[in-house]
Design a protein around this ligand. Structure first.
Ligand code: BDR
Ligand code: CA
Length: 315
């Protein structure tokens, strides 16, 4: 089984990803680490603990950081994920489940060191906790198996962003952290809007999850009502893109994705703040800092039919 720590800002599609990871037999969900983003850190952490208690997860939950490392906070994405992150559902305070005493970045460091070469870090929120872990313990780069990131957009489907024309939400929330994570010397795979917007959960597909997926399917249906209203009102779509669950799908079945290799950077300020760039042409340039940078991977195509079947079967 593949051991993962899921770093998340729960978040409606984050909940879909958490439940996917928990459901699939090939994944050993060791820990959930929370980060601000879709919701405040308090609401997001309570949402994670609520899921842990409701569905009896054995994994740890560690509370992460409340704000980006450098830029001013963008604030919770209320319009997409609701006032407290879970749409119409207001998660109650957990009765038994409690968070690990360590902050998320320390939990990540300790868990990676205790399982050298075995942990895949899957990130579906802003990358702040991971950047803090890198700052405090740079040696983890040689101990992590892989870093799988939902974030960014490389223009494959014509999109470079969803928050601004040139920035995707997770990267826009903390571009400095993202740049640090992508330029570190460890294997990074990015599952960005290029692939997550190529998979679509139609309203009918989610109805089927409810009908066939027991309590988990019912919860996914309930939590997604607010999200689907956002998609209908703002984007004119009857259903939603498959952002965060796509990162879990990559861990389970990487062969569903076509990847492109090359170093990655993030624009950290100015009008294109949060823009993700990959150099993949192999050409040389007069001044070429890029030549020294680690080769990372970006998803440029996905088998969406199989991804949807994998998700439904898991739930
Ligand atoms: C990403 O931003 C958040 O709203 C979602 O949870 C996802 O992680 C998509 O851009
Ligand atoms: Ca997310």
């Amino acid at each position: 089984r593949k051991k993962i720590i899921l770093d998340t800002d729960p978040g409606i599609d984050d909940a879909m990803a958490i439940l996917f990871a928990q459901a699939h037999p090939d994944i050993d969900l060791v820990g959930i680490t929370t980060v601000y983003g879709n919701a405040t850190i308090e609401n997001g952490t309570r949402n994670a603990l609520y899921l842990k208690e409701k569905f009896n997860f054995s994994c740890d939950v560690a509370k992460g950081t409340a704000k980006p490392i450098q830029r001013p906070p963008v604030g919770a994405t209320v319009v997409v994920h609701g006032e407290t992150g879970f749409g119409d559902i207001h998660s109650s305070e957990p009765k038994h489940a409690c968070a690990d005493p360590r902050p998320a970045y320390q939990y990540i460091i300790d868990t990676v060191k205790a399982n050298p070469g075995e942990i895949t870090l899957v990130t579906v929120g802003p990358l702040t906790n991971i950047a803090l872990a890198l700052d405090a313990a740079p040696e983890i780069t040689s101990l992590v198996k892989e870093v799988v990131v939902m974030g960014g957009a490389f223009g494959m489907n014509g999109h470079r962003g969803n928050v601004t024309p040139y920035a995707e939400a997770n990267i826009h929330d903390d571009p400095h952290a993202a740049d640090k994570v992508f330029t570190a010397d460890w294997p990074v795979v990015i599952v960005g809007l290029d692939v997550t917007e190529e998979s679509f959960f139609s309203a009918g597909y989610i109805d089927d999850l409810k009908a066939e997926g027991g309590k988990v399917g019912e919860f996914i249906w309930d939590v997604s009502r607010y999200y689907l209203r956002f998609y209908a009102n703002k984007l004119g779509l009857e259903g939603c893109h498959v952002h965060d669950p796509s990162a879990i799908a990559y861990v389970i079945k990487p062969e569903l994705f076509t990847l492109r290799e090359g170093p990655i950077r993030v624009v950290t300020d100015g009008p294109a703040e949060g823009l993700t760039l990959q150099k993949f042409d192999g050409r040389r340039h007069q001044t070429d800092d890029w030549a020294e940078m680690p080769e990372q991977k970006v998803g440029i195509a996905v088998n969406d039919k199989e991804l949807l079947a994998l998700y439904r079967d898991s739930i």
